[in-house]
Ligand binder design. Sequence first.
Ligand code: F6P
Length: 357
Amino acid sequence: EKRIGILTSGGDCAGLNAVIRAAVHRAAHHGWEIVGIEDGTQGLLQRPVRYVTLDRNMVDGNMMRQGGTILGTTNKGDPFAYPMADGSRKDRSAEIIGGLRELGVDALIGIGGDGSMAILRKLAAIGGIKLIGIPKTIDNDLGVTETSVGFDTAVAVATEALDRLQPTAASHDRVMVLEVMGRDAGHIALSAGIAGGADVILLPEIAWSVQGIAAKIRRIQQAGRNFALVVVSEAVKTMEGAAAQQQFTDGQKRYGGIGNYVGHLIAEATGAETRVTVLGHVQRGCPPSYRDRLLASAFGVKAVDLIAEGKSDRLLAWSNRQVIDVPIEEAIKTYAAVDVDSTLVQTARGLGIYLGD
Ligand code: F6P
C-alpha cells in the first residue's frame, strides 16, 4: 500500500481544498492512504511531524466549497536558507526530509507557486520521494499553464467589485479606482477590467500617463457620462526613467499605496471627485468559482494517477482543454507577464479602454 503526502505552500487562494478533496477521492480509488501535512514544510520541521490522515468522509460535504486551505500554508521561506529568530539563515532541509521519512510517504503532491515548486523538487530529489506539483496562484503568472488554481475566482471577485462600484460611481459622478492584486503581472487587472467594464486599466506591462487617463476621462465626460471606473494593478510602474520611478515610488508611500496614489493623481489632473478601493485579500479567501473547482478537481485526480504511473518531478498544467504534465524544472522558468500583443490586450484597446498611450 502506498502513502501519499499532500501539502499546500505559499499564499492561499480559492480552490486549494478542492484539489485536496479530489486527490483524496482518487487515492481511495487506488486503495492508498493520503496524509495532509500541516502548514506546508513547517509541519515537517516539527517533531512529531504535524499531519492529518485524510479520508473520504473527512473531505466530503462542504470542503470543495471552502476557501483557504484546511491544511494551513506558509511562505516562511526557503528551508535551505531558513530565516532564524536571530536574523541568521540556516539550512534545515535535512530536518524536512527527515520529517517526510518519519511520515513514510512514497510520494508527495505539492500545491504551490513557482517558488514553492523550486524548493519542493530539491527536497524530493534529496529525499528520494516522488513529487507531483499542482500550480496555484491568483496571479496566473506561470506560462506553462493557461490558468492556475485561484485565478478565475480572484478575477470573479474583482469583476464583482466593479459591478458594485459602478452604481455608486454613477450616482455620485465619481471616478472609482480599484486596486487589484497580481504581484508583478497584470493578469487579474486586465481580465477583471474588461469583464467589469472599466474605462482605464493600468498594468505593470504597459506604459501609461496621467495625461492619457485624464484625456480618456474628458472624452467620457464630453460624451455625457460623469463617472469612470479605473483598475490599477498593485505593481504598476511609470516606465519613464529612474527619476520618475523614484518620484512615483515616493508618491505611493506618501499616499498609502498605488491605488491611493493613482487616485490622487487622477483627482489632481481632472478635478473629478475620486474614491479608491483596495481589494486586497478579499480576492483570495472565498468559495472557488466553478472553473476553479473544475481545474482543482482535474489536477487532484491527475496528480494521483501520475503517481500510479510511477511519474515524478512533473507539474500539472491546463493546456488546450486538458491537463498535461511537464517537467517542474522547465515549467517554473516560464514566468508569464501580460503579453502586450495578446487577444485580451487587443480586446481592451478595441473596446476603447485606456491602457497606455
Ligand atoms: O501571489 C499572490 C498574492 O496574493 C499577490 O497577488 C500579492 O501581491 C501577494 O500574494 C500578497 O501577499 P501576502 O498574502 O503575503 O500579503
